[in-house]
Ligand binder design. Structure first.
Ligand SMILES: [Mn+2]
Length: 309
């Protein structure tokens, strides 16, 4: 398709990357903008106000959605009229917006299960006749969906491989690799080389995970026993998962993880009756009863000192 398009896609996981892959299959040279969790409004407005978006025939937002207030503005204000016509938002995240807007398609689930962003974009491109569905594209979209929203699916392990490959290759190379794979193959398979990369990645990952789990120390946080460990964000879900099966889980109410690759401390409950968001609040953060966080700068000094021991 000759149209000049720009795609603002969620840039933090393979669902957002999958949308970039499909854009590259459907359009020649689409501009892809990877967007973090809280950046979309600013990025859209910046590029709109600079006049840049006027140079595109179509503006997609995939696996993500502007805020309610921005959607309202685009819908109602005359200065956004041109953007309103070009914009197409395809998202599957519940609760991001409440209202109905002509440029937003928000589909969370149907009777077959939950949607993902890549799937919604695929449907849209197929309906427009811009993409021809092959078994390879079908599988790629389905694996991405399972990874994103259906963790109990028996095929999850296969789907998880895509995520592992993305972690090994990095975002740009993953998108490149998948685009070429889908362009050149009828069936979706991973090469021996890709499988080996994933295998080596997992070996190293599991080695480090074991190491982190073994380093959890029991500490006292305002009179409550907690586990404390330092790790990369990538390990947070699996550290708590492993920990729940160990004797230390009986000793502690929650786990505190100071991340080395972000300036935040994550709190996860071990005992389901214990509300970690209350602890996070004490340190200037917040979150949910089972998972919360606060800024590393607010971490009690004693805990930082403990790391040196
Ligand atoms: Mn998603």
């Amino acid at each position: 398709m000759k149209d000049k398009v720009i795609v603002f896609t969620h840039g933090i996981d393979i669902d957002g990357y999958g949308c970039a892959v499909l854009a590259k299959l459907a359009y020649s040279n689409p501009e892809i903008v990877y967007v973090g969790n809280n950046e979309l409004d600013d990025l859209l407005l910046e590029r709109w106000e600079s006049g840049e978006l006027s140079g595109y025939d179509k503006v997609y937002v995939t696996d993500h959605c502007p805020s309610e207030s921005l959607c309202q503005k685009i819908d109602e204000l005359p200065e956004y009229k041109e953007l309103k016509v070009k914009l197409k938002v395809l998202d599957h995240h519940k609760d991001r917006i409440k209202g109905d807007y002509p440029f937003v398609t928000l589909e969370v689930e149907n009777k077959y299960g939950a949607f993902c962003g890549t799937e919604l974009f695929c449907k849209d491109l197929l309906e427009q006749g811009l993409l021809k569905l092959t078994p390879a594209i079908d599988d790629f979209v389905e694996f991405t969906r399972i990874y994103d929203v259906e963790w109990s699916n028996p095929e999850f392990e296969k789907a998880d491989k895509l995520n592992n490959l993305a972690l090994v290759l990095g975002r740009e190379e993953y998108v490149e690799c998948m685009t070429n794979k889908l362009l050149n193959n009828k069936m979706f398979t991973l090469s021996d080389e890709e499988n080996n990369l994933i295998k080596r990645f997992l070996e190293e990952y599991n080695r480090k995970l074991k190491e982190y789990v073994s380093k959890v120390q029991v500490v006292d946080v305002d009179g409550v026993k907690a586990g404390y460990v330092v790790s990369e964000q990538l390990y947070k879900n699996n550290i708590i998962k492993e920990l729940r099966n160990l004797p230390i889980a009986n000793e502690i109410k929650f786990l505190m993880i100071r991340f080395t690759d972000s300036d935040s401390v994550s709190l996860r409950s071990v005992d389901s009756d214990f509300d970690v968001s209350a602890v996070a609040k004490v340190y200037g953060g917040g979150g949910h009863p089972f998972a919360a966080s606060f800024k590393t700068a607010n971490l009690p000094k004693e805990l930082l000192e403990l790391e040196q021991e």
